[in-house]
Design a binder for this molecule. Structure first.
Ligand code: NAP
Length: 469
């Protein structure tokens, strides 16, 4: 289910095993995340040389990325290329939503029903539905009565949106907002950003790829991919983690190291020291540095203070920006703090905060997703004896390796809850899971078994391990 990176690679492997397989996809094209998220400025924050499939030598040698961080359009073109190159399209059914998957105890098969009215019966069901695919549009009173246009970053119109001459509200300040606000501000008359929690951002310093550097990586790609698989975030070939504690560095060393990482740009900032994500005092040194940068970059001290987070850097995934903070120096951009005083309601003319109406023509919901479980829980999944997945997860999602759920035989969740997933380079994590599922199917058949599912104890152990981390 799903024709993003995960579904396509799974289909390719199913073909390799000689299985009959079908991918069912809600969108009218392949690409998943990169099909839906077309908001202005959308790019990946993992370098393109690493955010790409490593399973096929010819593919990785022949494909040419043009920038250090690929745009949404370039990644979508890559996914399309993969679908064509590996002859996947014939087994992909587009514009079709899977509604229910029910395990039939008597036959040991899954019965899958979908919006096209066709019932499919399958031995295996692989949920390649993504971690961040079910859009979250907050249920603010009056939302549907707003007179202007509304958009969600993860459901962006394919034809693009013209904001010129418009007054725009952007709700949210996560990665999608951080990437899109500078673009919207460059076009619109006025932009009001509604911030509930300030976000940490480090500069991308995106640039065209240097051909010589690309050739060097390609000559050593197998080694790069292996290093990615061996690292906790599944990437980091450019600037690996320094195995030094921030607590052993004096002020001058900290400044020098953080300056260097700031200049390099991107998520490697968090790899400046090995304890930034393990020790609160170490983390505080990075936080102090970024707050200092925000104070330098933002002219108005009050706005700079509001933009400065008081949270752990990198606990929520760090944002990678191009001109985000500086955008608040533009005369047409305002920051509205909704941390203690939330958006009360949305009037026909715009959002109301603290009794004050902010009149706008358009509202952009950069409000994220029903993350990790949303896409799965929107499908009626029933395992053994008709037990709904929602029941199994009523106290929170439980899985084994993030890949399977006890009581749901032969159902797999690629990058499911309880796996590293969004804390990593997703493509590497997807490849690992798809290869695990492929191996499991081979092992089942070799051993003459019909189904595979985790034992309750194994699942409990895994959940305990994840919670401990
Ligand atoms: P997000 O990180 O969940 O951000 C949603 C934002 O909306 C937050 O600032 C949230 O505030 C705010 N919000 C939600 N409901 C609200 C309400 N009722 N009132 C006011 N504010 C509200 O979503 P996202 O930016 O789409 O990013 C999701 C994930 O996608 C990221 O963590 C990242 O993993 C990935 N992503 C990656 C890239 C990239 O590769 N460059 C780009 C975009 C997204 P609170 O923080 O207070 O909840």
């Amino acid at each position: 289910v799903g024709a993003g990176f995960a579904g396509l690679y799974m289909l390719h492997n199913a073909h390799g095993l000689g299985l009959r397989a079908e991918v069912i996809e809600r969108g009218d094209g392949v690409g998943g995340t990169w099909y839906w998220n077309r908001y202005p400025g959308a790019r990946c924050d993992v370098p393109s040389m690493e955010y790409s499939f490593g399973f096929d030598h010819q593919l990785e040698q022949e494909w040419e990325w043009t920038e250090k961080y690929a745009t949404q359009a370039e990644i979508l073109a890559y996914v399309e290329h993969v679908a064509d190159r590996f002859d996947l399209r014939a087994d992909i059914t587009l514009s079709t939503t899977v509604e229910a998957c029910r395990f039939d105890d008597s036959t040991g098969r899954w019965v899958v029903t979908a919006s096209d009215g066709v019932t499919r019966v399958a031995r295996f069901v692989v949920m390649a539905t993504g971690c961040l695919s079910a859009a979250n549009v907050p249920d603010i009173e009056g939302r549907d009565g707003f007179a202007g246009r509304t958009f969600h970053t993860g459901r962006w119109p394919h034809e693009g949106v013209d904001f010129s001459g418009r007054r725009v509200a952007v709700i949210g300040t996560g990665s999608s907002a951080v990437q899109s606000i500078p673009f919207i501000a460059a076009e619109a008359d006025q932009v009001s950003v509604f911030q509930r929690t300030a976000t940490w951002a480090v500069p991308a310093h995106n640039e065209p790829l240097d051909l010589a550097a690309v050739a060097e990586i390609k000559a050593d790609y197998a080694n790069w991919r292996q290093k990615a698989r061996d690292s906790s975030s599944a990437f980091g070939g450019y600037y690996p983690r320094r195995e030094v504690s921030a607590l052993d560095a004096d002020e001058a060393e900290l400044a020098e190291q953080y300056d260097e990482r700031w200049e390099v740009g991107g998520l490697s900032f968090l790899r400046a020291y090995n304890d930034l994500l393990l020790d609160e005092r170490a983390n505080a040194t990075a936080a102090a540095y970024i707050r200092g940068k925000i104070a330098e970059l933002v002219d108005d001290p009050e706005t700079a203070a509001l933009l400065s987070p008081d949270t752990i850097v990198g606990c929520k995934r760090l944002c990678v920006d191009t001109d985000y903070y500086a955008t608040f120096n533009r005369p047409n951009v305002r920051l509205i703090d909704v941390s203690s005083d939330p958006i009360e309601r949305i009037d026909a003319a715009g959002p109301v905060v603290g009794g004050m109406l902010h009149e706008v023509d358009d509202i952009v919901f950069a409000t994220g997703f029903d993350a990790m479980t949303g896409a799965l829980e929107r499908i009626a999944i029933e395992g053994r004896r008709g037990r709904p997945l929602r029941d199994a997860w009523s106290a929170g999602p439980v899985t084994y390796l993030g890949l399977q759920v006890a009581g749901f035989p032969n159902l797999f969740t690629i990058t499911g809850p309880g796996s590293p997933s969004v804390l990593t380079n997703m493509i590497a994590s997807i490849e690992q899971h798809v290869e695990w599922i492929t191996d499991a199917i081979v092992a089942l058949d070799a051993g003459g078994f019909r189904t595979i599912e985790p034992a309750d104890e194994a699942q409990d152990r895994w959940v305990g391990y994840v919670n401990e981390i």
